[in-house]
Design a protein around this ligand. Sequence first.
Ligand SMILES: [Zn+2]
Ligand SMILES: [Zn+2]
Length: 361
Amino acid sequence: MAQHQDHYAVLGVAPEATLDEIKRNYRRLALASHPDRHPGDVEAEDRFRAISTAYAVLSDPVQRARYDAQRHLPVGLFDQPVTLQTARDLLAAVVGDVFGRQRRERRRGRDVRYTLTVDLAEAALGSEHEIQFEALGPCASCGGTGSKPGGRPPTSCPLCHGRGEVKGEGFLARHTTCGRCAGTGMVHLDPCETCRGRGARREPRSFKVRLPPGTEGGAEKVIANHGEPGQFGGGPGSLRVTVSVRPHAWLRREGQDIHCELFVSPLEAARGGKVPVPTLTGSALLELPPGVATGAKLRLRGKGVPSEGGRPGDQLVTVVVETANLSAGTAAVGAALEGLERALQAEPQALPKRAAQRGLK
Ligand SMILES: [Zn+2]
Ligand SMILES: [Zn+2]
């Protein structure tokens, strides 16, 4: 539901406040919540826009009179907040462009993203990988500054006056990125010839990534300062490595535990004893109790996912007695199973439940 915005409350002034009081509070609040002070903070941006909207209405005597006449209605006419750019322009008109220059001079380098695909065991047990990729790195000729060695330092862009964007005619005209400085607000007077002023060159890079034991698919490792270099003194971005885990043929991870189905022959199930079972660390021997049935759950303690400093998980094994399909043309197996069935007729107590259900003795 639309909420009536109380512009006086937003600016922290009384309804009879003077224009000076309104202006004083607006300056203080708008500077404190300015998005350049809170990069990426959506709430700060909303607050900044609300403060700017309140000031836009209350600093104009005509709008303020109309607002005063309607402010006790449930939904007001002045609730649409101004855009972020309008809010920036408004503040610049009142206090001067305190953020514009400084905002534009430094540009942080972009993040480099890499997806590292590993096996389940490599993720679960921990592993080290050398990843290789092509990315922008600091230009060796200019040390990443973008200026020709010995040349003049960069200066504010003469076209946009350091704002990084240019505005068309009129109050509602759109802002567009300045084509001269590509939005940085700065230009090189003597650009480095190797990198043409960017301060960076595409180059093969390699990096060692260590996955700790217990790493899960989707995990992201952020390696600060190993992304693309910044411009005009801005810091480098981060290298972001996302872990993708290849599915294992037999093993499935659930938290710290590993689940698997163990396929055994009718004889192995009947006799019991040790059978090999795949685990994260290779094949292990699991002791089957004699007469084990499909669906039986057995546990290999400590064979699950290790955790740094904690107790490792377990491997939970579900037994599946694999039944031969005689239509597959395995004649010798068929003959042996028929011999087995004859023996079971003679000794029905070997399968006591079947014997009881069919009334065999
Ligand atoms: Zn260079
Ligand atoms: Zn420019």
